[in-house]
Structure formats: C-alpha cells, structure tokens
Design a binder for this molecule. Structure first.
Ligand code: ADP
Ligand code: MG
Length: 326
C-alpha cells in the first residue's frame, strides 16, 4: 500500500544521498561499466543516474516498483552480497513513494526501450520509448508530498557533500567502473574505471595522495588485506581519508580504525589521522550481519584476531619500505 511504502521510505530514503546510493547500487548490480550521476541543488530538486547496464524490460519495469520485488538472488548472512543486501526490493517503491520518478530503460532483448513514470508512487504511466541500452533513472522533487521531511533536509552544500562522499566510496570499491558526478552541470568527480585501485585513489583523493602510497598486501588463512596506506607526509585533520571495505562493502568500525591508527603509531607516535584505503576479505560467517544494514557499523566474532592482523599489515607496509620522503 502507499502507506506501507511511505513508512518503508523513511527507512531507505533519509536524504538525497540515500537515493543516490540505492540507484548506483542497482546500476552496479546491473553490470554497468559506466555510471553518471547528475544532481541539482544537492539532489533536493533532481537526481539522475545514467548507466549502461543490462536494463529493465517493459514487462518487468512495473514490478520493479512493487515492494519486495527483486530479481536478485537472496542469500542470508551473505556479506559478499552485503553491497546489495540491506533492503531487498524496497528501494524503488520507497524512492517512488516520496518523489516524482521517471525511468527510461532498454535491454538487449527488446528493440525499443520503455519509459515509466510515477508521482508519489501512483499514477503509473508506461510507454514505449527509444533508448540506449541501460537505464536512465530520474528522481525529481524529493519529499514533495511529505513536507515535514523536506524541512529536515540540510543545505545544498551539506547534502551535496554526502553525495560526493558516497560516489567517492563507490569509485574506491569499484575501480573497474567509470563514474562521473555532476552538480548543476559542473563536474565534481570523474573516475577512469581502468581497474586500478591506485588510479581510483587518485580520482577520489587526488594525484598527490595516490603518488605517496605504500602498498598493503597481507594474505593469511583468516583474512586477506589489500590496499594502500598513505605516507605520513600527507595528512588530514580528521578521519575523512580513511576507507575500510569488508568484502568490498564500505564499513565503519572503531576497532579497525584503531588498528590502522595503532599501526602508524608503532613507527610514528605523533601521527594522528592516517589516510588509508583498505580492503579486507574474510569469510562472511564471522561477521555479525544483525547490525542494521543502513548503518555501516560492523561487528566480528573474533575481534582481537582481526585487529592484530590489520595492525600487523599496516606495520609491515610502513616498515618494509623506507618512510624517508622522496
Ligand atoms: P533490489 O536492488 O533489492 O533488487 P530495488 O528496489 O533496488 O531492489 O530494485 C528492484 C529491481 O529493479 C532490481 O532487482 C532490478 O531487477 C531492477 N533494477 C533497478 N535498477 C536497475 C538498473 N539500473 N539496471 C538494471 N536493473 C535494475
Ligand atoms: Mg537495489
């Protein structure tokens, strides 16, 4: 029902950035190799996501907006799939319930594309329309029918900041996809999609940062840690340069943050906010997935072991190669 959808929307759609996140995840799940995001007024007026993925057929497009409709395989306790975990089949109906949506999509199996429109989740309109293969997803007038929630949106700069952060994380977790982010027609971010994590770091954090990285590479039975730490000559005044992914999903973990920072402290007791992009790969069954999926906080069964492995990986990355600046 439309009430149920509006309630679900409260969970999924907190702000423009949450819509961007859901739409881009769908584009990634749809095997896109390029994804462009256009936003206006911090996403409050318009969010547009264009991809070159598999598309949605004219038969399935209406169903995609029904609650719990998903074309994706369900697997419980699956942190590999945690990227697309969360709200199975809830994103599109939730987004549609609180905005004006227009989708243009085409698959390889159909000659013509399809255009699909919804306002506040109702007045469905579906028409054949010429389209490129892939999906163009337009979300206008967020919260036009829930003014109380619209009032809680922050300034354009703040909302845009959240969106930029999200796209940055997607670039780092998907170096093989080319992303572009535009705000009011100005390009804010662009990634090459050439598959290199170091290039992705350059795209998100700047070339100077990428050039001053040390490789982290630590494989063990329990955990595989890959990525880069940045030499202490480059600093930040907060933790915004810290990116931790588990099974390619961005997470927050006080424990892992501490492991990284303690790793630096072994050599550099004064160094406060290291910049690091780290990908941890571990068996899904040791991660507590009961933590709410919209929160990025993650818990582990064997916290101590993971802390030690990560700290050791940082230690050795920093020590193996001399820290003297070039
Ligand atoms: P979920 O992603 O959990 O399946 P969503 O509500 O986000 O649920 O999406 C519903 C369905 O719509 C997806 O399962 C997928 O089949 C289809 N879909 C949405 N966006 C895209 C896209 N960009 N490319 C291909 N298919 C898409
Ligand atoms: Mg989805």
């Amino acid at each position: 029902s439309s009430v149920a959808n509006k309630i679900a929307a409260g969970e999924v759609v907190e702000r423009p950035a949450s819509i961007v996140k859901e739409l881009v995840e769908n584009s990634i799940d749809g095997q896109s190799s390029f994804i462009e995001v256009y936003v206006e007024n911090g996403g409050k007026d318009k969010i547009e996501v264009v991809d070159n993925g598999i598309g949605i057929t004219s038969k399935e497009i209406s169903l995609a907006f029904k609650r719990h409709a998903t074309s994706k395989i369900q697997s419980e306790n699956d942190l590999d799939g945690i990227n697309s975990l969360g709200f199975r089949g809830e994103a599109l109906p939730s987004i549609a319930a609180v905005s004006k949506v227009e989708v243009l999509s085409k698959t390889a199996y159909e000659d013509t594309g399809v255009k699909f429109k919804l306002e506040g989740g109702i007045n469905e309109e579906i028409l054949p329309a010429p389209a490129n293969e892939g999906t163009r997803f337009l979300v206008n007038d967020l919260f036009f029918n829930t003014p109380a929630r619209k009032k809680f949106l922050k300034t354009t700069a703040t909302e845009l900041g959240y969106i930029t952060d999200i796209i940055g994380r997607f670039v780092l977790s998907n170096p093989d996809i080319s992303f572009k982010l535009y705000h009011n027609d100005r390009r804010l971010l662009s990634s090459s999609g050439n598959g290199s994590l170091k290039q992705a770091i350059a795209d998100v954090l700047g070339a100077a940062t990428a050039e001053n990285t040390l490789k982290v590479n630590s494989k063990s039975e329990k955990i595989d840690i890959q990525g880069y730490v940045v030499k202490p000559s480059i600093t930040k005044s907060n933790r915004s340069g810290q990116f931790i992914f588990i099974n390619n999903r961005i997470i927050k973990s006080k424990l892992l943050t501490k492991a990284i920072e303690d790793g630096y402290k072994t050599l550099l007791p004064q160094h406060r906010y290291p910049i690091a992009v780290l990908k941890l790969w571990l068996p899904p069954n040791i991660i507590d997935v009961n933590v709410h999926p919209s929160k990025q906080e993650v818990k582990f069964d064997n916290e101590r072991t993971i802390y030690q492995c990560l700290k050791a990986a940082i230690d050795s990355a920093l020590m193996d190669k001399p820290l003297v600046t070039e």
